[in-house]
Design a protein around this ligand. Structure first.
Ligand code: ATP
Length: 251
């Protein structure tokens, strides 16, 4: 399986604090690679370094073989990097359909030509309808974002990110704040997503991690202390040690 994301020796410091300390890991095509670790381990910092919101102090990032370490956010997006943004980035007064349609228009923007504007618009809205019909939001296309539940907003956030057709999707706690039923719906959506995009999944919900991950890397104090399959990570003494006091989370 080829490597879609390769990180080598990535470092980020804040003053005297080393938030990510020579992090190296790989995400392969078609896999969900979970990144877990205690609070303050550096997971969000790493995601922000990868998407270009934080400039790294050292190390390299390659996406599908191309070095993207020094690129700006839009250039990384153009090369196939996607991420779910905070729910607040959804357009509250617009419908589910309009939010997905807008994302597709952004993706297609550079292809617009005056002459085929009308037919392009039709294609865009058809794609938006199809993406929604295939998701857990199939009955919510005409609903304003403001009237959606928290779980539905998280699903829409994922749909909007997918409308950009990323090759690699960075997910920062997609299960946060979801109830059991909503979590199951999100797990279903992420399983479907695996068919089109590899994912680096930062998540505290271990049930979801174990249900979804092909491989897991464990970050503690900014360092990767272990990388492996679900079983390897569950049975790794150093990982259990890092989670001491919350051991049943790993059972
Ligand atoms: N902008 C910043 N300025 C200063 N320190 C920061 C900044 N961002 C993060 N940190 C520090 O870097 C360390 C790693 O934080 P980070 O948010 O990446 O951890 P995390 O693993 O995502 O934690 P959590 O699971 O609680 O979200 C923490 O000690 C945090 O306080």
């Amino acid at each position: 399986m080829s490597v879609i994301l390769s990180i080598e020796g990535l470092v980020k410091t804040f003053g005297g604090l080393i938030a990510t300390d020579h992090v190296s890991l790989e995400v392969r095509e078609g896999e969900i690679h979970a990144l877990i670790g205690p609070n303050g381990a550096g997971k969000s910092t790493l995601i922000n370094q990868l998407c270009g919101e934080l400039v790294s102090d050292a190390g390299t990032i390659h996406l599908a073989g191309k070095e993207i370490t020094g690129l700006k956010v839009p250039d990384r997006v153009a090369l196939g990097l996607g991420r779910t943004f905070q729910i607040t980035s959804l357009l509250d007064e617009m419908t589910v359909l309009e939010n997905v349609g807008m994302a597709i228009q952004v993706r297609e923007g550079h292809n617009f030509r005056i002459l085929d504007l009308v037919s392009r618009r039709r294609t865009i809205w058809q794609e938006a309808e199809q993406r929604i019909a295939d998701s857990g939001l199939s009955t919510r296309a005409g609903i304003r974002v403001a009237d959606l539940s928290h779980g539905e907003k998280k699903q829409l956030e994922l749909l909007v990110a997918l409308a950009m057709k990323p090759r690699l999707l960075l997910l920062d706690e997609p299960m946060a704040g979801l109830g059991h039923v909503e979590s199951q719906a999100m797990i279903g959506m992420l399983r479907e997503t695996r068919k089109t995009a590899a994912m680096l999944l930062v998540e505290h919900d271990m049930e979801a991690v174990f249900a979804l991950a092909d491989r897991i890397s464990v970050l503690v104090y900014g360092r990767v202390i272990a990388s492996g399959t679900v079983d390897e990570i569950r049975n790794n003494p150093a990982v259990r040690e890092a989670y001491l006091g919350a051991e049943d989370e790993l059972c």
